[in-house]
Design a protein around this ligand. Structure first.
Ligand SMILES: Cc1cc2nc3c(=O)[nH]c(=O)nc-3n(C[C@H](O)[C@H](O)[C@H](O)COP(=O)(O)OP(=O)(O)OC[C@H]3O[C@@H](n4cnc5c(N)ncnc54)[C@H](O)[C@@H]3O)c2cc1C
Length: 390
């Protein structure tokens, strides 16, 4: 393994940093935690699209840049480092475009990829249902053929960004009789069609991030089917690798970590700067060690992808590690800030913009979303350790 970045990669990282710092200087947005999934800013996404930074790895013939996954990882790492408001294009860029590149027809690639690349598709992921989370194959939402269309009926839940989406990716049952893994298909269509109703769910932070989505006789054209009918479950496995393996699994809270270091330099307790407390400095140093180990996991996934392989157990390992790390960052922040850390962002006494409160509460979901840590460890046990399946 070569641990060095090439001169072009270093130049690209600097270009991204300069761009993001310029945006912050102009006051276009402020860095926040979880910005990749919570901060919806269509204008920011447009500017990113103009730079050609959406669809970086996709084939040039469909408007992509045909670049390496390492380049994309550098880009996303910097976006997370600066807490940039990238939620409008994140899901489409991370996994839907890739799924269409793999499984879409030529017509779908020509129609959908340019929309994503221009930053016009804000996507919701319609996978989980009230009785189908880890065991996704138990899903009940149906897609029944009717002439040139499919009719969709059922319910999805925990759909992140559902109230912002204009496109939805949906997994639904297309064969009611087949064994559960073999009767599922993938669809991608505009979320404004009649028969689709989005209802917000208030989350643990008191905000609205995910939603319930109801389908009542929603009619979608057959051309919205992605890949092969009834092979959806196997296609999703490939897509989940993209979903699990990104830098957001390690660095969604980086802005908090950075702010915490500044806080310990600037804040005095009992007449001494906080960083002089050896317990505090050693906790922060320990987190830095863990962060750097996590970066190696993430770059390893990108290397596997650049070699043309599916990072299956590698992405499970990096997500399980990364989300546990982020939970430690959030709880360390709460400990260092003391009782003030638990204040909500509205309080006038709240330190570092209430980021600790927000991150501590949201980090509970990190090890559930996109596959729980327990399930990821099952994958590792099976596919890397070769332990028999239960
Ligand atoms: C913040 C957030 C955002 C989300 N966004 C989306 C989204 O945009 N779209 C979407 O479709 N879904 C989304 N989800 C849902 C997410 O995918 C599910 O929460 C996840 O798949 C787990 O499913 P579940 O919540 O039904 O829990 P369950 O599957 O019921 O699991 C409950 C507990 O049992 C454990 N468990 C389950 N099965 C096993 C097993 N075989 N071995 C060991 N332990 C097991 C789990 O680890 C977990 O601790 C989101 C979730 C969160 C928290």
């Amino acid at each position: 393994m070569d641990f060095k970045f090439t001169e072009e990669q270093k130049k690209f990282r600097q270009e991204v940093r300069d761009f993001l710092e310029g945006e912050i200087r102009q006051g276009l947005w402020e860095p926040t935690c979880d910005a990749w999934i919570m901060a919806y800013d269509p204008e920011f996404t447009k500017r990113i699209a103009e730079k050609g930074w959406i669809g970086l790895t996709w084939p040039k013939e469909y408007g992509g840049q045909g670049r390496f996954y390492i380049d994309r990882l550098i880009l996303t790492e910097e976006m997370l480092r600066y807490g940039a408001p990238a939620a409008c294009h994140w899901f489409a860029d991370r996994q839907i475009g890739g799924a269409i590149v793999h499984y879409g027809t030529d017509e779908q690639k020509k129609e959908i990829l340019p929309k994503i690349i221009k930053g016009e598709a804000t996507v919701g992921l319609g996978m989980s249902e009230p009785d189908a989370g880890s065991d996704l194959a138990s899903l009940k939402t149906r897609a029944i053929e009717d002439g040139d269309d499919y009719i969709i009926d059922g319910q999805k839940t925990w759909t992140s960004g559902g109230s912002h989406m204009n496109w939805i990716y949906l997994v639904a049952r297309t064969d009611q009789e087949a064994p559960k893994h073999r009767g599922i298909s993938e669809f991608f269509f505009e979320a404004s069609l009649p028969g689709i109703d989005v209802q917000p769910i208030v989350d643990i932070t008191g905000g609205v991030h995910f939603n319930e989505v109801f389908f009542d006789n929603a009619r979608i054209p057959k051309k919205c089917l992605i890949g092969e009918k009834n092979r959806g479950f196997y296609q999703i496995l490939n897509q989940l690798d993209y979903e699990r393996s990104g830098m957001e699994r390690l660095m969604a809270n980086y802005v908090l970590f950075d702010a915490l270091i500044k806080y310990t330099k600037e804040t005095k307790r009992n007449g001494k700067p906080l960083f002089e407390d050896p317990l505090i400095s050693s906790r922060l140093a320990q987190l830095k060690i863990e962060l750097e180990v996590g970066r190696l996991f993430m770059y390893r996934v990108a290397v596997v992808m650049d070699e043309g392989n599916a990072p299956n157990w590698e992405s499970s390992m990096s997500k399980a590690y990364g989300t546990a790390f982020q939970q430690r960052v959030a709880s360390t922040a709460i400990e260092i800030l003391g009782l003030y850390g638990q204040l909500s962002p509205e309080s006038k006494f709240v330190p570092i913009h209430g980021m600790a409160y927000h991150s501590y509460l949201s980090s509970k979901g990190y090890s559930l979303q996109a596959g729980s840590s327990e399930v990821l460890k099952n994958i590792l046990a099976l596919r890397k350790l070769g332990l028999p399946s239960k």
